[in-house]
Design a protein. Structure first.
Length: 698
């Protein structure tokens, strides 16, 4: 049976009224395959009003916010096509990780229609449309969606096969249209890490270009479940190979889709770029060639000629052009409406950025680009990027509590509250600076899980008055496990953070488990900091000077045990240690300090052999935020076994890798402080205290 497909241009009127539909396959985190019905966003969400159990929505910005999808951790723009507009492209976006569709997430492939431009020319996109069916797994590394003769196709290659499927823009499906499967004459021997497809009108061919690793994948990885020997040798050198890639191509005739050329290498060698991820072909501008990226933020250029040298891309002013997205894909577009596909999107973990071509080239003929700016969406939640860790404080001294948050990129982001605590109205994001430079703290080569993850910073801040001068400072940890601080060298109404400085214990860096947000509180009149130590246990230190602390010992349960967060099965897995987001706060109002802990789905609090949330049934469910009540006193703290928070007796899944609670005075506080939770998707979920219930194992 043959299927008739509507041409793209004829489908635009039908697309105009389409809303988000349920669709993509469940994520691997989902244990019970269910098909949810995505609720239509309420008026309260769109006007920015607080709703318990929901993300805080953009309000002060008129509903505009950086493009993000529900409960998505990372994703990739895998193509663009002129469907809604002749001038500006729609996006095709794969959400690769996050809470699955069974929990209201958006894992899978989406078509995101173009909506409009802002006054400064930034593209704004509408509600994502879930693509309901595809003929093969749309791995973002090995698929590209492109336009050929007015139709939209998904192009895929594996080691031996070339595949092609046509998009039905009315049914939002690739699976109901015909599919081409062609065995290639040669096999691709190693892993493909990025893919693009370029239609050559004059030759009637489709050129598929891709990045290929020089060695098998096993050469680059160490067993994450057994790091007894460590990731680095005695000289501090990474024990596995660092992966390099080369740039390759193969072409196919658009008539019959037979192979038109053999596999060939375009780059000079197979070591063209380190940790290569992200590739697109730029055409129609001052120069034609390839933009290639990597997981570390590098953006490079190779002219279209075979064997041309690799050069770094520059921005106006001569600085290196860097990719602000971590773990990125790259997709060329006509992003400024000038008729040339010489601009490009980058995406990955965090915001989607658009880089526009300034129409100039340098002395080597390499195009010069404008710095990336985030792509926006209508009526969305405020979005700081993934794995957000918020503090709710009056950062600018105007009497209303704002949000200051870290994220997985290692950035510190400020959201000003233009309203009141009772009825907040948050403005656009602002990247904060340290010592005059934009904060982006990353560990680099010496990272807990190896240098392949060097671009992640996992900034975990707490905003407090650390030095007692009445101004708000920032105390933080991140991917390197050091505990540091930045003092406010400005004023209460115009804060300005100074340089980062390391806390010290007995002359050494105060060091512990990675990715832990420390708690800072006044204990018996003394400023103290709570961290996760080398044993992954909660450990209290007293501030002596701005830099120096002294040991006050590990916190204990009522049975005398220390409090840890890892499972017994993870004793040898460095990556599962740490990650707790700590608060010392009088949550129950009895005058002493309780523990409020956010953690990961595989955590076991307070014992490695038995604890929350991992040993609760069903697994992978729940808010991953716990209360441990202080049943002693601040002089002699003793904590009860943990209780896991729920919302009105039901579990709320916000992702698996991080949940960061922050007590907050936003909304109605007649019953006490409410809760703001930063999560894997990055959004800030507001929960009214009256809606918080608890469950436990004991």
């Amino acid at each position: 049976m043959s299927l008739t497909l509507y041409p793209i241009r004829c489908a635009r009127l039908l697309l105009a009224g389409v809303m988000l539909v349920a669709g993509a396959a469940c994520s691997s985190w989902d244990e019970e395959p269910v098909t949810p019905t995505e609720p239509v966003a309420s008026k309260a969400e769109h006007d920015g009003s607080l709703q318990s159990g929901k993300p805080i929505w953009a309000h002060q910005t008129g509903g505009l916010t950086p493009l993000c999808l529900p409960k998505a951790t990372s994703g990739a723009v895998v193509g663009a096509a002129h469907i809604t507009s002749d001038q500006y492209p729609d996006l095709f976006y794969v959400v690769g990780s996050g809470a699955g569709t069974a929990y209201g997430g958006s894992v899978g492939l989406h078509h995101i229609p173009f909506s409009r431009l802002t006054e400064d020319g930034t593209p704004v996109y509408g509600d994502p449309i879930a693509i309901t069916e595809a003929p093969w797994t749309l791995d973002s590394r090995m698929v590209h969606i492109t336009e050929i003769l007015g139709e939209v196709y998904a192009v895929n290659i594996s080691q031996a096969m070339f595949r092609l499927a046509k998009y039905d823009p009315v049914k939002h499906s690739f699976g109901t249209s015909w599919t081409v499967n062609k065995r290639m004459a040669e096999q691709i021997p190693h892993t493909v890490t990025a893919l693009d497809a370029v239609w050559n009108r004059s030759k009637s061919t489709l050129e598929v270009v891709f990045l290929q690793r020089e060695l098998d994948s096993d050469a680059y990885t160490l067993d994450m479940e057994d790091v007894s020997e460590g990731y680095y040798d005695s000289m501090g050198i990474y024990r596995a190979e660092l992966p390099y890639v080369g740039l390759y191509s193969v072409s196919f005739y658009t008539s019959g889709w037979t192979q038109a050329s053999s596999l060939r290498r375009i780059s000079q060698n197979d070591r063209a770029i380190l940790i290569g991820q992200g590739l697109t072909y730029i055409k129609g501008g001052q120069a034609e060639g390839y933009v290639v990226g990597n997981k570390l933020g590098t953006l490079k250029w190779q002219h279209a000629a075979v064997g041309a040298p690799i050069d770094y891309l520059l921005e106006e002013g001569g600085a290196l052009l860097t990719n602000r997205s971590v773990m990125s894909s790259i997709c060329s577009v006509d992003g400024d409406g000038d008729g040339r596909e010489d601009d490009f999107f980058t995406s990955g973990e965090g915001m989607i950025y658009l880089y526009t071509n300034g129409g100039r080239v340098d002395e080597q003929g390499v195009p010069i680009y404008q710095p990336g700016r985030p792509v926006l969406m209508e009526h969305g939640p405020i979005y700081p990027g993934s794995l957000s860790v918020p503090s709710v404080v009056d950062w600018d001294g105007d009497g209303a509590h704002d949000i200051v948050a870290g994220n997985s990129e290692g950035r510190l982001i400020f959201y000003k509250n233009y309203g009141s605590d009772r009825e907040p109205s948050f403005g656009p994001y602002e990247f904060l600076t340290s010592n005059g430079e934009e904060i982006c703290f990353r560990s680099g080569y010496y990272e807990v899980q190896g240098p392949l993850e060097a671009a992640w910073g996992y900034l975990c801040p707490i905003v407090v008055d650390w030095n007692g001068d009445g101004l708000l400072d920032v105390v933080f940890s991140g991917t390197d496990g050091n505990y540091e601080y930045m003092l406010n060298e400005g004023t209460a109404t115009a804060p300005r953070l100074g340089k980062r400085q390391v806390l010290e214990l007995d002359g050494l860096q105060l060091h512990g488990a990675w990715r832990c947000r420390p708690a800072v509180a006044t204990v018996e009149g003394k400023t103290c900091i709570l961290i996760q130590d080398e044993e992954n246990a909660l450990h209290l230190y007293e501030k002596l000077t701005d830099r120096a602390v002294k040991d006050r010992g590990q916190l204990l349960l009522v049975d005398g045990s220390n409090i840890t967060t890892h499972r017994a099965e993870a004793e040898k897995t460095l990556g599962e240690r740490g990650r707790a987001k700590l608060n010392l706060v009088d949550w129950d109002g009895d005058g002493d300090l309780d523990l409020l802990i956010g953690t990961i789905r595989k955590a076991s609090v307070p014992y490695p052999a038995y604890g929350l949330p991992w040993f609760r049934t069903p697994k992978n469910m729940g808010l991953q935020v716990m209360l441990l009540e202080n049943v002693g006193s601040d002089h002699e703290m003793r904590f009860a076994l943990p209780k896991l928070f729920q919302i009105n007796g039901r579990d709320e899944v916000l992702g698996g890798h991080s949940q960061a609670p922050a007590p907050c005075p936003l909304g109605d506080t007649s019953a006490g402080m409410n809760l703001l939770v930063g999560c894997e998707s990055g959004n800030f979920y507001y929960i009214h205290r009256s809606d918080l219930t608890t469950t436990t194992l004991w």
